[in-house]
Every structure is written in structure tokens, then in C-alpha cells.
Design a protein around this ligand. Structure first.
Ligand code: SF4
Ligand code: SF4
Length: 413
């Protein structure tokens, strides 16, 4: 399947003919009925944020397709999607979105992805033996032309190496560093969406190692929790940035953030109250909630029934689950078209949405030692939890039950 410019090939063809609202209603959100009946263009920003939080990308884009198309008929939005140091997992997650698939979403939003290395048709320096010296055939020229035109949304996937010694040479694309390409693209962008843990905070590429200082990978606006070490600061560029955390980022988070920003439902120049202190949209990473709040295993936690090994049905806290320390709506939204999610599938939450990931969640499969299980606090990161602050939204009742069960276990030993 091709997009309108016929520059891209799309390798999957999800045959989606119906729009399904497949997310559970949670006490945290407005009733679904209200969301469905709300007129899209008369929504205020607050309602919009609640609606996109309550329903999936499919339902949102499906419900408002006519209005969206009408609104964007005359003003197509261009997207440049760059890949830095990464595994392409976020693109994979994005194009695997089932309801709607990426082609449907692009059409509904009337956007044109002018550059995306993974989806771009084959190009090179030579094509069929002849020099590829037009932007039709040479992706470097295509990108330069698109940047020159300006006014696009820049999506960044992957971190930006600054090393060695600020040269950025640990990632070369053709004859240029990715640092240089990113800087050029950022300068002319209307705003930037950093997709996934690596682009947002450095992610896996910033994980502790003997060479981490040498490679010096940076997120767009942060390095881990530190906003003074974002690549934009390094390059002295001031642009609005929205961080879609996650390893990978959930396709709903990406699509709905792009939809909200492109449709003007989020004022990217005034993000107060829309994003948290790490630039994550509050609607998906709510400040007062954690993944743990909507976990399918929460009932076991509340009654103090904790698995001590994998493959059991109970709470995974003791095998390292960091759900209580992680802001995300995974338990509510779920993954793979709303089918399942980490703890439902048997894996502890490894806190991939927190800026300190992966170090702040390591070792993944061990319960943090020497920490109180809970306290009243506003923990944003596991690092803070490590300093003695504990889980959000956990009831004193549950705390007592877990402490009680721990005491019981000790007695039995
Ligand atoms: S600790 Fe983890 S597995 Fe247990 S209820 Fe919370 S999020 Fe779910
Ligand atoms: S449940 Fe935890 S580890 Fe899994 S995607 Fe959500 S935040 Fe990441």
C-alpha cells in the first residue's frame, strides 16, 4: 500500500473495517458514553484530553474522521521522522498499530510523512547503475529539501550521540553526523515529538556501562532526568518538545499526541498542564496514578498474595515489578490492540516509561531492596523511590496486608 506521494511502501495490510472501542472504562476517566457523544470541534482542551485518554486511537480517529478531514483539507501537515541510535522498535510498534493501522491514521489526519527511513522506498547513491542525484532517488537530498521547506513536525526516534568529545561521530549517516542532521532538522521544525525512551531520555543507549561517558548519548530534551543535558540545549536550539516515553512507545500515545498537536487541541507553545516535568503527556502518564493502579493483578496485591517465581497468576512485586513506581496507562489501555500487556502476560513491569530507565529499574527482576513498600509521596522515578519514597496510589490496607504477609512468611521460615 502506498501513501499519496507514492514515495513509501507499507509492508502490512491490516484489514480493519470496524471501529472498536476496546478499552475498559476506568474510574479515572469520563464515562465512555459522554466521550462518544461529545462534538469534537466544540470540545475544550480539558475534555479533549480526557477523551483521548479514555478511548483508543482507533475510536478517536474513527469517530471524528469527517471533521478531521474537513479541518485539514487545505492544510496538509508534513512529518519528518528521523532515526538516531535505536532499534527501530518504536517504528515497529507504530506500524503494527491495528486500529487504525498507520496508513489509515495518516489518511485520517491528512498528514504526509515526507521522510521516514524505515518506510522510504529503496534509494541510494546509485540506482540501477546510474548516479542517484535527485531527491526522488537520493534520500539525503530528499531530507535536505524537506528541511529547507520547514514548517514540519519533527518526530525523532532514537538518541543522539554526542561523543566522542562532542563530535557526534559515533553515529554517521553518509558523510554527516546524526547530531548535525538532527540539529538542522530541529532548527526548522514547528515542534518536536521524541518517540520512545531513547529519543526522550537516552533510554537503553544511556544505560550504565564503561563507555557511557565516551559515547554520551543524549535524548532530544533530556539525558535521563536531566534537562540540562538534552541535545537541544547542547545545540542551543529552543523548540517545543513532547516526549512519548516507553520502550517501545505505545502506538496510541504516538498517534493521539500527533493528532492533538496537529489539530491544535494541544498548544505546543504552551504545554503547562498538558505535560509533566519530563515532558510526557499527562493524559497517558498521569501524575497522580501509576501503572499499578489499573494492573490486572492488582487484586492479588491488595490481598497480599505475591508470586515468588514467574509463571504464577499473582502479583509480581516480589519478582521485580516496578508498576507501583511507573507512570503510564498500560494497565488501562493495554497493548496489541487492547489484547494484553506486560503484567497480564506474566512479565513484571520494568518501568520503561520512566526517564531513568533502564538503570533506575535495574535489576529488572528483583524487588528493590531496603525500601519501604509504600509511603505517601509523589514519586516520579524509581531513583526517587530508591531515596526512600515509595509507591503512589497504594492503599494503607494493602500496605498492612503485605507487611502482614511478610511477617507471616518470616514466622514460617
Ligand atoms: S506490583 Fe506489579 S504485578 Fe503487582 S499489582 Fe502492581 S503493577 Fe501489578
Ligand atoms: S507495563 Fe511497564 S514495562 Fe510494560 S510497557 Fe507499560 S510501563 Fe513499560
Amino acid at each position: 500500500m502506498k501513501n499519496k506521494s507514492e514515495r513509501f511502501i507499507y509492508i502490512k495490510n491490516h484489514d480493519v473495517t470496524t471501529i472498536i472501542i476496546n478499552h475498559e472504562y476506568s474510574r479515572s476517566y469520563e464515562p465512555m458514553e459522554k466521550a462518544v457523544k461529545t462534538d469534537f470541534f466544540s470540545m475544550d482542551r480539558r475534555t479533549f484530553l480526557k477523551v483521548v485518554g479514555a478511548i483508543g486511537a482507533s475510536a478517536f480517529l474513527g469517530l471524528h474522521q469527517t471533521e478531521i478531514t474537513k479541518a485539514l483539507e487545505l492544510s496538509k501537515t508534513k512529518i519528518i521522522w528521523l532515526h538516531g541510535a535505536e532499534c527501530t522498535g518504536c517504528s515497529e510498534s507504530f506500524i503494527d498499530a491495528a486500529n487504525p493501522d498507520v496508513v489509515q491514521a495518516i489518511n485520517k489526519l491528512s498528514v504526509e510523512i515526507v521522510y521516514h527511513e524505515t518506510l522510504l522506498a529503496q534509494q541510494g547513491i546509485f540506482v540501477n547503475g546510474s548516479p542517484a542525484n535527485t531527491s526522488e532517488l537520493n534520500s539525503e537530498m530528499l531530507l535536505d529539501e524537506a528541511i529547507e521547506e520547514g514548517g514540519y513536525v519533527l518526530v525523532v526516534e532514537g538518541s543522539i550521540p554526542n561523543g566522542p568529545e562532542g563530535s557526534g561521530k559515533y553515529l554517521m549517516i553518509g558523510e554527516r553526523t546524526f547530531k548535525e542532521i538532527f540539529g538542522k532538522a530541529a532548527q526548522n521544525a514547528a515542534f518536536i515529538v521524541a518517540v520512545g525512551a531513547c529519543a526522550a531520555y537516552g533510554g537503553i543507549t544511556c544505560g550504565d556501562s564503561d563507555i557511557v561517558d565516551l559515547t554520551d548519548f543524549r535524548g532530544v530534551a533530556f539525558q535521563k532526568e536531566d534537562p540540562s543535558k538534552g541535545m537541544l540545549k547542547e545545540l542551543n536550539i529552543d523548540k517545543p518538545v513532547i516526549n512519548i516515553a516507553g520502550c517501545p512507545a505505545h502506538p496510541d500515545w504516538v498517534m493521539l499526541t500527533l493528532a492533538a498537536a496537529i489539530l491544535g487541541k494541544i498548544d505546543v507553545n504552551s504545554l503547562d498542564g498538558v505535560v509533566d516535568e519530563y515532558n510526557r503527556p499527562l493524559v497517558f502518564f498521569p501524575a497522580g496514578n501509576t501503572m499499578h493502579d489499573n494492573c490486572p493483578r492488582r487484586g492479588y496485591y491488595d490481598t497480599g498474595r505475591l508470586d515468588t517465581d514467574f509463571a504464577g497468576p499473582q502479583c509480581l512485586l516480589k519478582v521485580g515489578c516496578k508498576g507501583p513506581y511507573t507512570r503510564s496507562d498500560c494497565g488501562l489501555r493495554k497493548w496489541n490492540g487492547g489484547v494484553s500487556m506486560c503484567t497480564q502476560a506474566g512479565s513484571p513491569c520494568i518501568s520503561c516509561c520512566e526517564p531513568g530507565f533502564p538503570d533506575s529499574a535495574s535489576p529488572f527482576y528483583q524487588m528493590p531492596e531496603g525500601q519501604p513498600l509504600m509511603a505517601s509521596a509523589s514519586a516520579g522515578t524509581i531513583a526517587k523511590v530508591g531515596a526512600g519514597v515509595a509507591a503512589l496510589g497504594v492503599t494503607a490496607h494493602a500496605a498492612r496486608r503485605i507487611v502482614f504477609n511478610k511477617d507471616e512468611e518470616k514466622k514460617q521460615e
